[in-house]
Structures are given as structure tokens and as C-alpha cells.
Ligand binder design. Structure first.
Ligand code: NAD
Length: 254
């Protein structure tokens, strides 16, 4: 699909990989709605790129529908959905005091990363399926953001890895399901990227993480993620696939 002139939605667009993707799509001529639970972040990015900011919690159906409607009112119906919103925590199954890890912590990560992505995707797909078909019968494209932790999760990453593994597992059935509507689904599984989250870590920790990446031995740049996300939009034959973007990194147990 040609990006220029299309309306695009970017969840988690107020920071990090989502911000870089919102900026890249706007640079390539898309009309971008920045959806984020953090309205200030969304507004900062939207202002910079001439897009619209929508406060949106991907786990809340009313909130997502309101954001989709607001974005459509500003830009027309969207054909591109970039699901990039996500959270991450690490927690040992058996805590230091011997107690079991709280179930709510596990459920929260699954709720935002997996159920939130499905929530935004199903509402987007229902709207997108009603649009006229473009070349090849294509109507839309959506991205899931997994993680290499879906495959080689580290100690304590049970919830995060399960949520991202869920996205990996959902990619093909979703692509097959939506094929009849001409909507493609692809997933990027990033390795270690330099985002505000990562930059909070002490410099030596960042350096040691970077050194664990075979080549290039540095953290990924958010622009590299954004460039692949944009490529997925433009390459109509990419569908139902999970792409690792990780410099050949395979995470160690800890
Ligand atoms: N940075 C990395 O190295 C890395 C590696 C693998 C995967 N990822 C994934 O990439 C995505 C982006 O990560 P990042 O590093 O840019 O993080 P980030 O914290 O910089 O950005 C995440 C954004 O998502 C938003 N968000 C959180 N919960 C939300 C909700 N319920 N509804 C709407 N928005 C919500 C946050 O407000 C924030 O703006 C996440 O899904 C993360 O799991 C990141």
C-alpha cells in the first residue's frame, strides 16, 4: 500500500518505537493519529508531525472506539494500524520472601500487551473491512509489536514473554482471518532498542546489553524499527509473518 495520503493510527505513539514510527509515517506523507494513554506524549509528537493526538487506553473498548472515531473525523478512515503500545515488568515466580508472585501483575501485562493489541485490531479491522478495496483488493494493514522475549525470554519475564508470544501466535490466524477483507497482519519482534525506557538504565548496563548483540553491537535505533514498520505497509506480499529485528541477538537466561 502506498503510504502517502493514507490515514494511519499509531498506538503508543507518544514515546520510543511508536514515536519514531509516527514520525516516519508522517515523513512519508501519511496523516497520523497518535494514540497513547499518555496524552502529553501524544500531543508533543502530534504537534511536531502535524497529526492529531488521541488519549487512548488500548485495554478499554470505549476509549479505543472514541480514538478511532476522533482520528477518522480528522483524517478520514484509517487503513494503517501500528500497535506499538506496550508495558514490561519482570517478576520472579517465587518472590524473595517465599511468596508467590501476585497474579494481578501477570494479568496486567497480558491485558495491555496482548488483549489491548487485539482490542485495537478488531475495532480497526471492522471499520477497515467496510472501505473500498485498493490495488490487489487491499483494504488495510496492521502491525503487532512483539519482542525477542517471545522466543528467548529471560528469568522473570514470564508475563512479558507470554504476552509477546501471544502476539506471535495471533499473527498467522489473524492474517488468515482478515485475508477475505484484504487486510494484512505482520509482527516485528524487536531485540534491544534505545528508547526512553532503556535509556533510564545506567550507562554500563546499556553498554553491556549492546555488547551482547553480535552485529551491530549497539542498541537498535527507533528509526530502524520505524523503517521496517513502513516497509511492511508498502510491501503487499508481506503477510502473516513475524520478523525479528535484533542484530542476531539471542537473549541469555539472565
Ligand atoms: N525498547 C525495546 O528495546 C523493545 C524491545 C522489544 C519490544 N519492545 C516493545 O515495543 C513497544 C514500544 O516500546 P518502547 O520501548 O518504545 O516503550 P515506551 O515506554 O517508550 O513507549 C510505550 C508507549 O506505550 C504507551 N502505553 C502504555 N500502555 C498503554 C495503554 N494501555 N494504552 C495506550 N498506550 C499505552 C505508553 O504511554 C508509551 O508512550 C512495546 O510494546 C515494547 O514491549 C520494545
Amino acid at each position: 500500500m502506498k503510504i502517502e495520503g493514507q490515514a494511519a493510527l499509531v498506538t503508543g505513539g507518544g514515546s520510543g518505537l511508536g514515536e519514531a514510527t509516527a514520525r516516519e509515517l508522517a515523513r512519508l506523507g501519511a496523516k497520523v493519529a497518535v494514540l497513547d494513554v499518555n496524552l502529553e506524549g501524544a500531543q508533543r509528537v502530534a504537534k511536531d508531525i502535524g497529526g492529531v493526538a488521541c488519549k487512548c487506553d488500548v485495554t478499554d473498548t470505549e476509549s479505543v472506539q472514541a480514538a478511532l472515531d476522533a482520528a477518522a473525523a480528522a483524517h478520514g478512515p484509517a487503513r494503517i494500524l501500528m500497535n506499538i503500545a506496550g508495558i514490561g515488568t519482570a517478576k520472579r515466580v517465587v518472590q524473595k520472601d517465599g511468596s508467590a508472585a501476585p497474579l494481578e501483575d501477570f494479568a496486567k501485562v497480558i491485558n495491555v500487551n496482548l488483549i489491548g493489541t487485539y482490542n485495537a485490531s478488531r475495532l480497526f479491522a471492522a471499520a477497515c473491512a467496510k472501505l473500498d478495496a485498493l490495488e490487489d483488493g487491499e483494504r488495510g494493514v496492521m502491525l503487532f509489536t512483539a519482542s525477542v522475549a517471545a522466543f528467548d525470554g529471560q528469568v522473570g519475564q514470564q508475563a512479558y514473554s507470554a504476552s509477546k508470544g501471544g502476539l506471535v501466535g495471533m499473527t498467522l490466524p489473524m492474517a488468515r482471518d482478515l485475508a477475505q477483507h484484504g487486510i494484512r497482519v505482520c509482527t516485528i519482534a524487536p531485540g534491544l532498542f534505545s528508547t526512553p525506557l532503556m535509556r533510564q538504565l545506567p550507562e554500563p548496563v546499556q553498554a553491556s546489553l549492546a555488547a551482547s548483540i553480535p552485529f551491530p553491537s549497539r542498541l537498535g535505533k527507533p528509526e530502524e524499527f520505524a523503517s521496517l514498520a513502513a516497509h511492511i505497509v508498502t510491501n503487499t506480499h508481506l503477510n502473516g509473518e513475524v520478523i525479528r529485528l535484533d542484530g542476531a541477538l539471542r537473549m541469555a537466561p539472565r
